[in-house]
Design a protein around this ligand. Structure first.
Ligand code: G4P
Length: 529
């Protein structure tokens, strides 16, 4: 494999995730992207796969019982010569930590909004994570087949709420029952859709210059369209590709995932314009380019027991540089241990296939003999350590109670391993030591997953005692500030697994008080790396 081929393969990768509030249409859009890329032939297949997952794998009963998607899977498909990797993220807010970690492994994100609702709470939070990573974000305004906010008003809302420049790439013609197509703004080419087969198949469309569309668009809609286009031309900032790649501008698309209107322009943009794999920073401040000849990658997710019959642990790795080959010998940067990556897998939803090779931007599932942790770097050349995957402040805390005191060892082992997998976070009260940790989670359901897995995998039954804390911040500052915090009763100061001080409080109000009364105190919502 020449270095030219490596660079070519890397350049054609597009690794992205869809972020949205539940019910905005993420599953539907995912399915339609697959339909348009010819990866499935009839929409409805993804959903039916979702429903019949028990036959493929019943590795997590909870997912079924609650009808929520807990784990993230990876969908790989080709379109217009690009290789797209779509990282699916859990729909349920209680597993947002998983989504945050997934965002560390992508090069861009599609922000999906219901155009009747605008920016909803979860979209806002996920967008903040994208901004922290300076990820390019593409906006897709969904459900245009229903009535919603006026397009210009929606653009203003998004821009103001997210403090982000938004620039439409196309513009909707009508909405609700009258939604009939879009205009591509760069050349005023009109695309009029023809509804067919209730969205289960690729739809036909007619295309023509705007002046000629006057014959097909009802006069009232045409007039509104002309006015809106005029306003956009006067007020709107032009699309700037570099600003998009820097995460400063979001290109906006309009459509309806359900009826397939407007899917193709989004998919074309994803294939042709969105960000290819980026270089990645190591902890000693080197940047590793995707086309460097030595393979390297990092682990962003570990999932145990995907197949309960085999009791396996799969580590999801994002390839950062070089060519990955099955059986490659690597070093784990954290501790210098050697690891041969011998049974790599790719995933299409829950189905697996052996991977012989992979390229920067690709996601590979590795069998983990218990050696890997989230954030680990594996590399074939000299040992490397990429900057870690951040941990987010938990919002729920419990103490664990062991039902059978003789199982203490199993409990300790389970908590240790499951926290390394990111199921929960452990905190320690310096006065009590590591015996009775506080467990923190971003969502309550994480505790239920923990409980079930402790029972199934470690044979320990536990119950939880809720703690009153809802706010958690990593503390940075001079020793006097830390002493000040320790002396007060309205905060609890604990340590995380790396002995860093962490403050727990029952609301955000005491935080401001602490900041006002101490010098040099910094409180981080995301673990400082
Ligand atoms: P999610 O993964 O983001 O949670 O959303 P999902 O795709 O499951 O969609 C949530 C609901 O919104 C579904 O309706 C889906 O059909 C609907 N939906 C998605 N895109 C559009 C769209 O463009 N227009 C309209 N009108 N609806 C859309 P449901 O009633 O929950 O399920 P279903 O019976 O329709 O499958």
């Amino acid at each position: 494999m020449s270095s030219q081929d490596l660079a070519k393969e890397a350049r054609r990768r597009r690794t992205f995730a869809i972020i949205s509030h539940p019910d905005a249409g993420k599953t539907t859009l995912t399915e339609k992207l697959l339909l348009y890329a010819n990866a499935i032939h009839l929409a409805g297949e993804v959903k039916s796969r979702k429903n019949s997952r028990s036959t493929i794998s019943d590795w997590m009963q909870m997912e079924q019982e609650r009808g929520i998607s807990i784990s993230s899977s990876v969908l790989q498909f080709d379109y217009l010569g690009s290789a797209l990797n779509l990282l699916d993220t859990p729909g349920h807010a209680d597993f947002s930590e998983d989504t945050y970690r997934t965002l560390a492994a992508v090069d861009s994100a599609v922000m999906l909004l219901d155009h009747a609702k605008g920016v909803e709470s979860r979209t806002l939070k996920l967008f903040e994570v994208c901004r922290m990573r300076e990820l390019p974000v593409i906006s897709f305004m969904n459900k245009l087949d229903r009535e919603g906010l006026e397009p210009l008003a929606l653009m203003d809302e998004v821009s103001e709420t997210l403090n982000l420049q938004v620039t439409p790439i196309n513009w909707p013609i009508g909405m609700g029952r009258e939604f009939m197509g879009v205009v591509r703004l760069s050349d005023k080419q009109v695309f009029l859709f023809e509804e067919s087969k209730r969205g289960s198949q690729v739809i036909d469309f007619k295309t023509m210059p705007l002046e000629e569309a006057i014959a097909d668009i009802p006069p009232r809609l045409y007039q509104t369209l002309e006015e809106e286009l005029e306003l956009l031309e006067m007020a709107g900032d032009p699309y700037d590709h570099q600003k998009f790649l820097n995460g400063e501008l979001s290109p906006v698309f309009w459509g309806s995932a359900k009826t397939n209107f407007g899917i193709q322009p989004l998919l074309e943009f994803l294939a042709e314009q969105t960000a290819p794999p980026a270089p990645r920073q190591t902890i000693d401040d080197n940047w590793i380019e995707p086309d460097e000849d030595k393979f390297s990658g990092f682990i962003f997710k570990i999932q145990a027991n995907m197949n309960p019959k085999h009791r396996d642990r799969i580590a999801f790795m994002r390839v950062v540089s070089g060519q990955f080959e099955r059986g490659i010998d690597t070093t784990i940067g954290r501790n210098g241990e050697k690891l041969r990556l011998s049974k790599p897998h790719s995933f299409m939803a829950q189905e697996r296939a052996i991977v012989e090779e992979a390229w920067p931007g690709d996601i590979v599932g590795l069998y983990d003999p218990g050696k890997l942790r989230i954030g680990d770097t594996v590399s074939a050349g000299k040992p490397l350590q990429y900057s870690g995957i951040p941990r987010f402040a938990p919002e729920h805390f419990v103490r664990v109670h062991l039902e059978d005191p003789l199982k203490r060892k199993q409990l300790d082992k389970g908590l240790e391993q499951l926290s390394l997998e990111g199921v929960i976070q452990l905190f320690f009260d310096p006065e009590i030591g590591r015996q009775a940790p506080y467990l923190g989670a971003v969502g309550q359901l994480q505790f239920e997953v923990l409980k079930q897995r402790l029972q199934n995998e470690y044979g320990t039954r536990v119950s939880f005692q809720s703690l009153p804390y809802q706010v958690c911040r990593w503390v940075e500052g001079p020793p006097e500030a830390v002493t000040w915090l320790e002396a007060r009763r309205d905060y609890k100061l604990v340590h995380d697994r790396n002995e860093q001080p962490v403050l727990l409080a029952d609301s955000v109000w005491p935080l401001q008080y602490a900041l006002n009364n101490t010098e040099g105190l910094v409180l981080h919502e995301i673990e400082p790396l």
